[in-house]
Design a protein around this ligand. Structure first.
Ligand code: NAP
Length: 250
């Protein structure tokens, strides 16, 4: 990196990206820009200058890094956002910018959990028995996949209510996940849920439903994370460690 202030692009999407952006925005040695995909209508404020929308693939992102004089990139996207992570790796290599990844750890099962691991949503959908009542915690864009199991009663929670775009056989609840297992248990009980289908996103906010399922003896089809496309990149689980890496890279 060059210059007194290092320009850092944070590819946001995970909750930790906000913490990182706030930390960098408050630090006089960094000039931070957050990037959001623009898929959420009312995203939480990043606490830093924010751009919204795709770059136009890896080539577009590489051009952005050059044109904007970005010194370093942090991929703090959701662990299931595989395309942008692959693009970031390719673009950073192309433009010769250092790139690190901020990834919170996966959840691991504990005593009492009734998990079945699945490599994909399609595989997870094979687990619930005919007629089961399923809580879908896999996001708005996944809903059409549930059409493969029209025998299930599906209740889906999505951050932005898709309204008319929701398949008619799915009951949609608009809302964010709660970290509070008691609140999530009330929701699962109110809908008489037998199975939860979830992505192994990790983190605190999404874990409430997993702890609630354990407490209620509910089965969970847990979708494993996609493989990292660039496993050799510097990767951190804590915001502090990313900041230390950025300081060392200046
Ligand atoms: P994706 O498949 O990895 O990316 C699709 C495209 O969206 C990318 O090629 C890129 O467009 C654009 N994009 C994604 N993240 C971006 C960012 N931070 N800034 C600018 N452009 C971005 O991503 P996805 O799974 O659709 O998720 C979209 C966003 O929602 C991600 O930022 C992700 O962190 C967040 N999110 C995803 C999930 C999930 O389960 N997948 C859950 C929660 C939040 P171009 O190629 O045009 O640059």
């Amino acid at each position: 990196m060059s210059g007194a202030r290092a320009k850092v692009l944070v590819l946001a999407g995970a909750a930790e990206a906000r913490t990182l952006c706030r930390r960098l925005a408050a630090d006089p040695v960094f000039d931070v820009v957050a990037s959001l995909a623009g898929v959420t209508a009312a995203p939480a404020a990043m606490g830093a200058p924010t751009r919204v929308g795709g770059f136009g693939g890896a080539a577009g992102l590489a051009a952005y890094l050059r044109e904007q004089g970005v010194d370093a990139v942090v991929d703090a996207t959701h662990p299931f956002a595989a395309q942008i992570s692959a693009n970031a790796a390719a673009a950073a290599a192309d433009a010769g910018r250092p790139l690190a990844r901020l990834r919170r750890p996966s959840w691991t099962p504990v005593q009492g959990d009734r998990w079945r691991s699945a490599p994909s949503l399609a595989a997870a959908l094979g687990y619930p028995p005919k007629g089961a009542r399923v809580f879908a915690a896999t996001g708005r864009t996944s809903l059409s996949a549930y059409g493969a199991r029209l025998d299930l009663r599906v209740v889906a929670r999505v951050i932005d209510c898709p309204g008319a775009r929701a398949p008619s056989w799915i009951e949609v609840i608009a809302g964010r996940p709660s970290a509070d297992p008691a609140a999530e248990a009330r929701l699962l009980s109110a809908h008489r849920i037998d199975w939860v289908i979830a992505k192994n996103a990790g983190g605190v906010a999404g874990y409430g439903k997993i702890a609630a399922a354990r407490a209620l003896g509910i089965d969970v089809a847990m979708i494993a994370r996609p493989a990292e496309t660039a496993p050799d990149l510097p990767a951190f689980e804590q915001v502090d460690d990313v900041v230390a890496w950025l300081r060392a890279a200046r």
